[in-house]
Design a protein around this ligand. Structure first.
Ligand SMILES: [Zn+2]
Ligand SMILES: [Zn+2]
Ligand SMILES: [Zn+2]
Length: 428
């Protein structure tokens, strides 16, 4: 099948009417930024929201099931996120505007509020099973859990498996989004996930380059359409998710079990003994994604299914530049100017991170080039995140520095070593 290509896809973003989303989010801006990033396919996000849907209908040109903007090479797939009856966030994808309109009508009949500011991601009082019936059977779309492991809104915050969440529709569910705090290895600790393919997506709330495409998938398929995505999930022909490119799970803000106020980290055992109350500040301790997966792990199970895509850890280029210049913010003028100079010269961010010869990057800017080299050599440590606090990457300039930093930061890097040395008060 010679017309198969490798397409880099970000399948979870939001329009300006979702909470906390930048107001200037628009299809032209998303297309421009995705091009610089090196992405080929983007989800539209929020397609049930009237204002955003009108914008999508006015901006996108449909041709044989693909949607594109003017002469941009980016293809879009109509998508939305929905919060269901149990507050589980679900990602939905649709083949065309007619199916989006049909789904809208069905939700409006059930008195769901879809339009206006703050309703980009609707809340519905409908369970996952019924939602799946409507999306899959009636609207010919796809549905699966968003950021499966996050506290409050991930499927595993409420159910012990994706199958349990979807009831009689379980066999129709083909994917789950990992979310920033998990990677494929963590998700595969839970055997019931082995029948699902994993999505890595950005869940971007702005088009900044460290947000849009901060996680994405490299998919082998012919084009960015829903029809093709369905074939990928059914592993038709040679189609498959080739690579999940994502942040190191330790960068995620719910990776470790930690206090939600002062972010002190605990082992799950410690936390349970303390009845999930922080011994430093008394506020509640949030169970981390890693410990959640370990609790559901069956030691007898296979480590992963054969078709599982490789998981490649990445750091957004703007973040690397920020670290190289010790800048405060990845959106600062200096970082953004250097970022733009790099992507304009070397075609795209993804090419710079993964493919462009390192000498060329060092020649362009030694400080940034050497940090990219260190990133490619994996001279990276993480102060793991937890309790709602993002993890912090530390990019070292040499193997020697890496070893040194490891010793220095010994108690701060991993999930539960910080308080390990201290005795828990209840043990006295
Ligand atoms: Zn969500
Ligand atoms: Zn989202
Ligand atoms: Zn605390």
């Amino acid at each position: 099948m010679s017309n198969l290509k490798l397409l880099d896809c970000d399948m979870h973003v939001h329009g300006p009417n979702s909470g906390g989303v930048s107001k200037n989010m628009s299809i032209p801006l998303m297309a421009e930024q995705a091009q610089l990033k090196g992405l080929h396919v983007l989800a539209t996000g929020d397609c049930l929201n009237k204002e955003w849907l009108v914008h999508l209908k006015n901006s996108l040109i449909e041709s044989n099931g693909t949607f594109s903007f003017k002469d941009s090479e980016i293809q879009f797939i109509l998508s939305t996120e929905i919060s269901d009856l149990h507050n589980v966030h679900q990602l939905c994808y649709f083949p065309d505007f007619a199916s989006v309109d049909l789904f809208r009508e069905k939700l409006i009949q059930q008195k769901v509020k879809l339009d206006g500011k703050g309703f980009g991601r609707p809340w519905v009082r409908i369970g996952a099973e019924k939602l799946a019936e409507t999306v899959i059977d009636e609207c010919k779309g796809l549905i699966g859990p968003a950021h499966g492991f996050t506290p409050y809104f991930g499927v595993f915050a409420h159910f012990n498996s994706v199958q349990q969440c979807f009831g009689s529709m379980a066999s129709e569910i083909k994917f789950m989004e990992l979310g920033l705090s998990a990677d494929s290895d963590i998700a595969d600790l839970i055997e019931s996930n082995h029948s699902l393919q994993y999505f890595s997506c950005s869940d971007a709330h702005s088009a900044w380059s460290d947000k849009l495409g901060r996680e994405f998938m490299r998919i082998r398929m012919t084009e960015g359409s829903l029809n093709e995505l369905k074939k990928v999930l059914d592993l038709k022909g040679e189609r498959r998710i080739e690579t999940n490119i994502g942040l190191d799970a330790r960068e995620g803000k719910y990776h470790c079990t930690a206090c939600s106020e002062c972010f002190a980290k605990y082992s799950l055992d410690q936390a349970l003994k303390l009845k999930m109350k922080c011994m430093q500040c008394g506020k509640s301790i949030k169970r981390g994604v890693r410990d959640l997966a370990l609790q559901l792990h069956n030691p007898e199970s296979k480590s992963k299914p054969e078709y599982r895509a490789e998981y490649v850890r990445s750091i957004p280029l703007a973040e690397i530049i920020k670290i190289a210049f010790k800048a405060e913010n990845a959106h600062s003028k200096k970082v953004q100017t250097v970022w733009r100079n790099f992507v304009e010269e070397f075609k795209s961010e993804i090419a710079i991170l993964l493919d462009v010869p390192i000498e060329n990057l060092i020649q362009k800017n030694p400080e940034v080039g050497k940090k990219i080299q260190a990133f490619r050599n994996n001279w990276v440590l993480f102060m793991a995140g937890g309790g709602g606090n993002y993890g912090v990457p530390i990019i070292c300039d040499s193997l020697k520095e890496l070893e040194q930093k490891k010793k220095e930061l010994k108690n701060k890097l991993d999930c539960h070593s910080e308080l390990q040395a201290q005795k828990i008060l209840t043990e006295f």
